[in-house]
Design a protein around this ligand. Structure first.
Ligand code: 5AD
Ligand code: SF4
Length: 336
């Protein structure tokens, strides 16, 4: 079921009664394939320095209004230790895209040190943009084992409209990076933004088919949220309203769960920016991963990808569901 573009579009656009069935199927398939527990990844926002200029992003390089920071190793270790002591199981080290050797070497060391300080117990996911195969290999060998790199949209045409045409924002390079990550041995996560200007329901259905075809292990999808002082904000009048983008993201999560029942799907922060119960609602329609922000408090406001980005998440609302102290690797990856 749900294998053609038309069938996926039917699910994305279904009426309220069918929506309940959609969400229920997604929940059931999640419970049968990956269990009803939720896995935590403590999110460490390592640096908001980025060489790229994605037209939608608040920390794009050309944005002069951003106070740029990079965490000191001690700050990263403190956050990692917090995750370890609180039984988070895994962390995500996320930062803007930087490709210089000193950055690469620092990240390599951080990974190795975090493995040491946690007695090899913390799982490490990276989200550090496009890198060379050699860099992926160094980071993998240092101990990271999952990597997140969103395709943002699977439509090459739309990709071109939301990125500058300057040679460093290429759809082909993105695809190559996803393939390199897989070959390196990483569990690979990707994802898209939902409700972008110019995006159609066909595009969204194709996004699902893209993830299926790429046979991804993990996914993070969130609603597009206008970020002031970015070029894409000029198109805000073209957007569906926030509630629509929120609802469509939930439907995308449910459909993806139905089509790829054993992958890990994140309940993303951007959902929470629209609805205070956003992440919980995502879990109720098939998501099984939450990434609480554990960055040092004083830098959180500077990692502002979009307006109203929440600075914290009260994970006590999840208390009954959380699977403490486990990596929670993608079942899909294990079976490969
Ligand atoms: N709205 C929603 N998500 C955004 N991201 C960046 N800018 C925005 C925005 N304005 C997401 C991108 C990127 C991730 C780190 O943040 O999908 O991959
Ligand atoms: Fe940099 Fe990522 Fe923002 Fe693009 S989306 S500008 S790569 S931080």
């Amino acid at each position: 079921m749900g294998n053609t573009r038309a069938e996926i579009m039917d699910m994305l656009l279904c009426d309220t009664a069918s929506r309940e069935m959609l969400f229920e199927s997604a929940r059931r398939l999640r419970n049968e394939n990956v269990g009803d527990g939720v896995y935590l990844r403590g999110l460490i926002e390592y640096s908001n320095v980025c060489r790229k200029n994605c037209l939608y992003c608040g920390i794009r390089a050309a944005n002069n209004g951003v106070a740029r920071y990079t965490l000191a190793p001690q700050q990263v270790f403190e956050a990692a230790r917090f995750a370890y002591e609180n039984q988070y199981g895994s962390i995500v080290l996320q930062g803007g895209e930087q490709i210089n050797e000193s950055h690469i070497a620092i990240i390599t060391n951080l990974i190795a040190e975090i493995k040491l300080l946690s007695n090899n117990e913390l799982g490490i996911t990276l989200s550090m943009g496009e890198q060379t195969r050699d860099t992926y290999r160094r980071w993998f060998e240092a101990g990271a084992h999952r990597y997140l790199l969103r395709i943002e949209t699977s439509s090459e045409e739309l990709y071109r409209r939301i990125h500058p045409n300057d040679g460093v924002h290429s759809y082909a390079a993105r695809l190559q990076a996803l393939s390199d990550l897989r070959k390196t041995g990483f569990q690979v996560g990707t994802g898209v933004m939902v409700g972008l200007p110019f995006q159609t329901t066909e595009n969204l259905a194709d996004d699902i088919l893209f993830m299926k075809q790429l046979d991804i292990d993990m996914c993070g999808m969130g609603p597009y949220i206008v970020s002031e002082h970015t070029p894409l904000a000029d198109y805000a009048s073209l957007l569906e309203n926030e509630q629509w983008r929120f609802e469509m993201t939930l439907r995308m999560i449910a459909v993806l769960r139905i089509m790829m029942p054993d992958i890990n799907i994140a309940a993303t922060t951007a959902l929470q920016a629209i609805d205070p119960r956003g992440r919980l609602k995502a879990i109720e329609c098939g998501a099984n991963v939450v990434m609480p922000n554990i960055s040092p408090l004083d830098v959180r406001a500077n990692y502002s990808l979009y307006n109203n980005k929440p600075l914290s998440f009260d994970s006590s609302v999840l208390e009954q569901l959380v699977m403490y102290g486990q990596w929670g690797d993608s079942q899909h990856f294990k079976k490969r």
